[in-house]
Design a protein around this ligand. Structure first.
Ligand code: CDP
Length: 198
C-alpha cells in the first residue's frame, strides 16, 4: 500500500511527536525532513554540495537539535539548490511501499502534493517557544526570538515557503495536550484509510 501522511507546520508546534505517534500506530515509516536541513546546515562548506552528499553519519550527529543547528538549517533551506538536492530522496520515501509519515515545511505543498493525508500543525509562537525552551533550556526570551526569526524566514522565502496546503487539516495545538493532538491526527488518518479501502 502506498499511503503518505504529510505533516507541516512551524518550529516546535508538535509535528515530531505527532508524526512518531502516527507512524507507530499505523506501522508506517517516519522521516523527520528537518533533520536533513539541520545536517546540511551544520556540515559547513558549500551547502548544495553538502546536500548532494549527505551520509547516514551526517544524520546521526549529536548536535542537530540545538538552536544554532535550527538557525543554520533555516538559512540553507532558503537555497533552491539545497532543496532540489533533497527532493528525490524525500519523494521516494513518501511513496515507498507500506505507508510513510513525513514532517517538515513543504511536504504537502511541494514534496508530496498527492499525499493521502495532509496535516498543518501549529500553535502560538509563545507556546511553541515555551515548549522548545523546556527541551533546550537557556533564556526563554531568546528561544522565542529564535522561533519568530525562523518562522519569518521559513514563511517568507521564495522557494517552498511554509504554508498550509489548501487541502490540509489544521491542528492548532496551543491549548491541546499532546495526546489530544495525536488523537485528532489519528482520526484523520483512520477516516482516509477507510475511504482508501472502500
Ligand atoms: O524541529 P523544528 O520544527 O524546530 O525544526 P525542523 O523541522 O528540524 O526544521 C529546521 C529547519 O529546516 C526549518 O526551520 C526550515 O527552515 C527547514 N526545513 C525546511 O525548509 N523544509 C522542511 N521540509 C523541513 C525543514
Amino acid at each position: 500500500m502506498i499511503f503518505t501522511v504529510a505533516i507541516d507546520g512551524p518550529a516546535a508546534a508538535g509535528k515530531g511527536t505527532i508524526s512518531q505517534a502516527v507512524a507507530e500506530r499505523f506501522g508506517f515509516r517516519h522521516l523527520d525532513t528537518g533533520l536533513l536541513y539541520r545536517a546540511v546546515g551544520v556540515k559547513g562548506g558549500d551547502p548544495a554540495a553538502a546536500a548532494r552528499n549527505l551520509t547516514a553519519a551526517d544524520l546521526d550527529r549529536g548536535d542537530l537539535r540545538t538552536l544554532e543547528a535550527g538557525q543554520a538549517a533555516s538559512r540553507v533551506a532558503a537555497l533552491p539548490e539545497v532543496r532540489e538536492a533533497l527532493v528525490s530522496f524525500q519523494r521516494r520515501f513518501a511513496r515507498s511501499e507500506g505507508g510513510a509519515v513525513l514532517d517538515g515545511r513543504d511536504i504537502g505543498t511541494v514534496i508530496c502534493p498527492e499525499a493521502e493525508v495532509k496535516l498543518y500543525v501549529t500553535a502560538s509562537p509563545e507556546i511553541r517557544a515555551h515548549r522548545r525552551w523546556l527541551e533546550v533550556g537557556g533564556d526563554e526570551a531568546r528561544v522565542l526570538a529564535e522561533v519568530k526569526e525562523r518562522d519569518a524566514r521559513d514563511m517568507g522565502r521564495a522557494d517552498a515557503p511554509l504554508r498550509a496546503a489548501v487541502d490540509a487539516v489544521t491542528i492548532d495545538t496551543s491549548s491541546m495536550a499532546i495526546d489530544e493532538a495525536v488523537a485528532v491526527a489519528c482520526a484523520v488518518v483512520v477516516a482516509r484509510l477507510g475511504r482508501a479501502k472502500a
